[in-house]
Design a protein around this ligand. Structure first.
Ligand code: GAR
Length: 195
């Protein structure tokens, strides 16, 4: 099966959903490694609890992105990773990783792209007053939340939705949508359908 590295910066609820889907067979993939750019993030505890190896690093302790992405590449090679899944990794992927994993990096973003890219997509949607937002899964390129779209799911914003309520709805969708979409992508049938 596909050996995936999950990249995350924060709580890691998507990391949890994906690794659980691997364990119960909904997603035929092996979570080989967590890569985390914030050593104190909660996602590291989740990896430890699930017995999944992790590489946590502080970008500040490197001179350049090229240098820390080079170190990430070494770890990806060591764990024989074939595919990178970004799940709340709040950092642009640079040429070092992009060139090594061309067409093999995907991201999830909490809006209907191309609306509301970048930081705080949920806050941006609420601020704008859209009635419909959602979740986008896309291939990663050098841009910020750009790259070919693989799948989207719409979510309604109701008039009295608070930020917390909307975030909860989005997370609930993400936790089933991401594993499902990855499964389609990794199965031959899905790959043909997407191309
Ligand atoms: C998720 O909602 C994900 O869509 C978002 O960060 C959250 C991470 O939550 N990603 C982005 O905004 C990427 N630009 P989690 O750590 O609980 O999985």
């Amino acid at each position: 099966t596909t050996r995936i590295a999950i990249f995350a910066s924060g709580s890691g609820s998507n990391f949890q959903a994906i690794t659980e889907a691997c364990r119960n067979g909904l997603l035929e993939a092996t979570p080989a490694l967590l890569v985390c750019d914030r050593p104190g993030a909660y996602v590291v505890e989740r990896a430890t609890a699930a017995d999944i190896p992790y590489f946590a690093f502080a970008p500040k302790s490197y001179q350049t992105k090229e240098e820390f992405e080079g170190h990430i590449l070494q770890e990806l090679a060591r764990y024989e990773v074939d595919f990178i899944v970004l799940a709340g990794y709040m950092r642009l992927i640079g040429p070092t990783l992009l060139n090594a994993f061309k067409g093999r990096i995907v991201n999830i973003h909490p809006s209907l792209l191309p609306a509301f890219p970048g930081l705080d997509a949920v806050g941006q949607a609420l601020e704008y007053g859209v009635k419909l937002t959602g979740v986008t899964i896309h291939f990663v390129d050098e841009g910020m939340d750009t790259g070919p779209i693989i799948a989207q799911q719409a979510i309604e914003i109701c008039p009295d939705d608070t930020r917390e309520m909307l975030e909860k709805k989005i997370h609930e969708v993400e936790h089933s949508f991401y594993p499902q979409t990855l499964q389609q992508l990794f199965s031959v049938k899905g790959e043909a359908a997407i191309r």
